[in-house]
Design a protein around this ligand. Structure first.
Ligand SMILES: Nc1ncnc2c1ncn2[C@@H]1O[C@H](COP(=O)(O)OP(=O)(O)OP(=O)(O)O)[C@@H](O)[C@H]1O
Ligand SMILES: [Mg+2]
Length: 263
């Protein structure tokens, strides 16, 4: 199983868009691929469930559940985070072939579309390390070939705060402790060179590997797009996994090549 953390040069740069394209491409390459969005801010209450658009898109793009073998080998059994801890698989309510439940794709759903640590304070929710890791562990029990975990915002996303809203802990600390390789989505727009370089420097300084980066043409109207792309290629030593054009049919060949590199 390969797993990656998907970060971006900012919020709204196409992390979800790229994650979904990679998940779809992986499935076309016959891989079981699922996405994870542990923290989402900006949710709507629908039928008693807090629903986030990113999570919905990731749900649609993810493979259907297959339960090959968890701690016991019975098709149709599912491990939840409680019984993973006790080494058991008990829950009988989800079978192979079903869509991944939204609450598993997005365990921490915050109502206001604001910085998650501030939303969490307002909603009296704890953005706990354990919850993020347990959610990941749960998805790992499905034994996908590829698991993509989308961050929120950019690399240094505050999770917890002390006095005066001083951040004490970041989502990057979770990725660091999980030692996950990172895929960096660069939203191709003015300012992206600085954002890409600083983000890449921060990831490397955290001791993590950038498996590659994706140039996402998020606006379709960046002036001097090609020149900026050349500069990024010259400055980032990590491989360009794919170029994602603005609003077009998925570039099958480029995506397939990207999947070959990360599978
Ligand atoms: N290549 C693209 N072509 C067309 N639209 C795109 C492209 N990439 C992103 N978008 C659109 O731009 C918006 C922002 O993209 P997306 O939601 O994937 O960003 P994000 O980085 O995941 O944001 P967040 O930080 O909120 O999670 C969305 O409406 C998405 O559909
Ligand atoms: Mg997103």
């Amino acid at each position: 199983m390969k797993q990656y953390f998907i970060t971006g040069t900012d919020t709204e740069v196409g992390k979800t868009y790229v994650t979904c394209q990679l998940l779809n491409a992986a499935q076309r390459a016959s891989l079981c691929a699922i996405g994870y969005k542990p923290i989402a801010a900006g949710c709507e209450l629908i039928n008693g469930e807090w629903v986030n658009e990113d999570a919905l898109n990731i749900q649609k793009a993810s493979s259907k559940i297959r339960v090959r073998k968890a701690t016991n080998d019975v098709d149709g059994l599912m491990a939840d985070s409680e019984n993973i801890k006790s080494g058991q698989t008990l829950s009988l309510n989800i079978k192979s072939g079903q869509t991944l439940p939204l609450c598993q794709i997005n365990p921490i759903a915050l109502k206001p579309a604001i910085a998650p640590h501030i939303a969490a304070l307002e909603e009296d929710v704890t953005l706990s390390f354990e919850k993020i890791v347990q959610g990941l562990d749960l998805l790992r029990t499905y034994q996908p070939d590829l698991l993509l975990m989308e961050g929120a915002g950019g690399w240094r996303l505050p999770l917890t705060v002390g006095d005066e809203y001083t951040p004490t802990y970041y989502l990057s600390d979770v990725v660091k402790s999980l030692k996950m390789d990172v895929i960096l989505v660069v939203g191709m727009r003015l300012g992206c060179l600085n954002h890409a370089l600083l983000t890449a420097e921060a990831i490397r300084a955290d001791g993590l590997t950038i498996r590659g980066w994706v140039a996402n043409d998020v606006t379709g109207n960046m002036t001097r797009y090609q020149e900026n792309l050349y500069s990024l290629k010259a400055m980032l030593p990590e491989p360009l996994l794919a170029e994602i054009p603005y609003q077009s049919e998925p570039n099958e060949k480029a995506l397939f090549a990207a999947i070959e590199q990360i599978r």
